[in-house]
Write a protein that binds this ligand. Structure first.
Ligand code: M6R
Length: 590
């Protein structure tokens, strides 16, 4: 959570560079923003509550070559201008932007206050510039003072600090992302690549436990613990500027839903030997565990059915945040498969640490190349969905499910059968995503948009898709949506159904079709408005959204109209689907 972006180099418009770049990271947090520019008169800071997208970048830093900026997702202290970053040292020569949590901030604050430091905010972050200043007062140069200050901090964080007298920009990373963009005109340091994509596609990754220091002309990486220099290679990234922009679409969420016309094929385009090796690792593992959070967890749940139905192989699925006590089941021969779009989710990283502490191997299925999760894993499969900017994960999910289904087929020694099915599914999705289809969903949204409760049912692999549909609708439209396994209704939830309550049934052409139609009939008998998402019309449906018949890839198809419905409900209820309240794209705190 929180976005950080700093620049130093030959350009003299550093203030607008960092503000414009941060607009591309606003998905990381958007309750407040701030910028610090190194001007002739010293460090100038501007900060406020609200979205950085509304800020006119030309107003800032037109004569400065060093600046840093921040978008905040509040953890410690309310959403106020004073709590917005950057925070300054007492002598106003050091400005700091921070992502993550300084867990021992209360003790540090107390210690610093006893020494006369005054705090202007309620944040944990404000201890950082004061600790750096204290180290400098003890005689250490700026970069070394940042490193020494980091030794005093507990927790997972990324820090970016600038020093007015020397013009140095210094970053530090322990658990939250920070990446260097290497440009012809200087160095860009950001929480994520889209911040500097229009300036450079050459990156250097800062690893956990490292600092980076630059004066704009050269760069040095160091180990935080020892101060030893670390060598880094430059990596060319494949994402393009166009992929990271919304183009003609009104929102990133809609663009990313539409990207699924092509992204399934990209996900499936994997090295076949690598997929077979993964399948072999699952076959020989003493226990395979699949974990993820939120939408990625629902991909894992769908995969449990893929492995059961396609390859008759048992896997264990768990939300990453609940994995802690599974360590009793782990051994060096166990395999943990972690699934994450961003590759930065804190609970997933913690699950990986648990598995590693037991000597188990970790496979990561991620979208973001070079992310913390992919770098910490023993092996990574990329889903190649391209940048996902909307908070609601859409193409990330279908890419994850596609790779997991492909692995299930490889486990059955039928990789090509799986690949053909998924490529055909991609083509079916391409046909399905036409303007008439979106209009039809829009009409259904308009019929149900005034209801505050909405239920979705599914069976088999459509059960996790019912849960996922509910997440999508909740997070962007704020409608109270809940997903259930169809068979669970009569064990409690059916009591919620009243005359006209909208209920959506996810239906396929499979061995549970008759069961889920029965469940929908039970809802209808209690007065529900039944909306069927299905390849065929059933008499029980009041509304029917046709989906193509995609065999084992059916859940990948069925979730797409639900994504559009969530989007339409948000827009028709006047909400911004790209920036839902209280949420951020990368959940880098536990
Ligand atoms: O980046 P990750 O896939 O690890 O993120 C996991 C969840 O935070 C994420 O899927 C979240 O649930 C989405 N906002 C759902 O749309």
């Amino acid at each position: 959570m929180c976005g950080i972006f700093g620049y130093t180099g030959k350009r003299d418009d550093a203030g607008s560079v960092v503000i414009d770049g941060l607009k591309n990271l606003e998905y990381r947090g958007y309750d407040s923003w701030g910028v610090a520019c190194r001007e002739e008169k010293g460090i100038l800071v501007a900060k406020d509550i609200g979205k950085i997208s509304a800020v006119e970048s030309r107003e800032f830093g037109h004569t400065c070559c060093l600046a840093l900026a921040h978008t905040r997702w509040a953890t410690h202290g309310g959403v106020t201008p004073a709590n917005a970053h950057p925070h300054l040292s007492r002598d106003r020569t050091i400005a700091v932007a921070h992502n993550g949590i300084i867990e021992n901030h209360e003790a540090l604050r107390k210690e610093l206050m006893q020494k006369g430091y005054v705090f202007l905010s309620q944040t944990d972050s404000e201890v950082i510039p004061h600790c750096i200043e204290e180290e400098m007062c003890a005689g250490y140069p700026f970069a070394e003072a940042v490193r020494r200050a980091c030794l005093r901090f507990h927790g997972r964080y990324a820090i970016l600090a600038m020093h007015e007298p020397t013009g140095m920009l210094v970053g530090a990373r322990t658990g939250s992302p920070l990446i260097v963009g290497v440009g012809d005109d200087g160095y860009y340091v950001a929480s994520d690549i889209p911040a500097f994509l229009e300036h450079t596609r050459t990156v250097q990754y800062i690893d956990d436990g490292e600092t980076v220091e630059t004066d704009g002309a050269s760069i040095v990486f160091r180990d935080i613990a020892t101060g030893q220099e670390r060598q880094k290679r430059e990596v060319r990234i494949t994402w393009t500027v166009e992929q990271a922009q919304k183009g003609e679409f009104p929102h990133f969420m809609l663009k990313e839903i539409m990207d699924q016309k092509e992204s399934i094929a990209r996900a499936v385009n994997q090295d076949e030997d690598a997929i077979r090796r993964v399948a072999e690792a699952i076959r020989s593992a003493k226990g395979t565990f699949l974990v993820g959070c939120g939408t990625a967890h629902k991909a894992c749940m769908a995969a449990e059915y893929f492995f059961s139905v396609v390859s008759e192989h048992h896997v264990n699925v768990c939300s990453a945040g609940e994995f802690k006590l599974y360590h009793h089941f782990l051994a060096p021969e166990s395999l943990l498969i972690v699934v994450s779009q961003s590759g930065e989710t804190a609970d997933v990283l913690e699950a990986m640490n648990i598995a590693k502490s037991k000597g188990s191997k970790v496979l990561a299925i991620v979208n973001v190349e070079g992310s913390s999760i992919s770098r910490a894993a023993d092996y990574t499969l990329l889903i190649n969905a391209g940048p996902e900017r909307a908070v609601a994960s859409t193409k990330g999910l279908t890419g994850q499910m596609s790779v997991l289904l492909l692995i299930a087929y490889a486990l059955k020694h039928a990789l090509h059968e799986g690949k053909t099915l998924l490529l055909e599914t991609g083509a079916l999705i391409n046909d399905m995503l036409n303007p008439r289809y979106v209009d039809r969903i829009s009409a259904i949204a308009s019929r149900i948009k005034s209801h505050e409760d909405l239920y979705i049912i599914g069976k088999s692999w459509h059960y996790p898709m019912a849960l996922e549909s509910a997440i999508k609708i909740q997070e962007v439209s704020y409608v109270h949506a809940e997903g259930f396994a169809g068979g669970e209704l009569k064990h409690g939830p059916i009591a919620l159904i009243e005359q006209g309550t909208p209920c959506i049934a996810l239906v396929g052409n499979d061995e549970v079709t008759a069961d889920i139609i029965n469940n929908a009939t039970e809802l209808k008998a209690r007065g529900a408005l039944v909306i069927g998402i299905a390849p065929e019309r059933h008499a029980i449906f009041d509304e029917w959204l046709k989906t193509p018949d995609a065999a084992a890839a059916q859940p990948i198809v069925s979730i797409i109209p639900m994504q559009i419905l969530a989007y339409e409900l948000a827009v028709q209820r006047g909400k911004d689907p790209d920036m839902p309240r209280n949420l951020a794209k990368s959940v880098t705190v536990k």
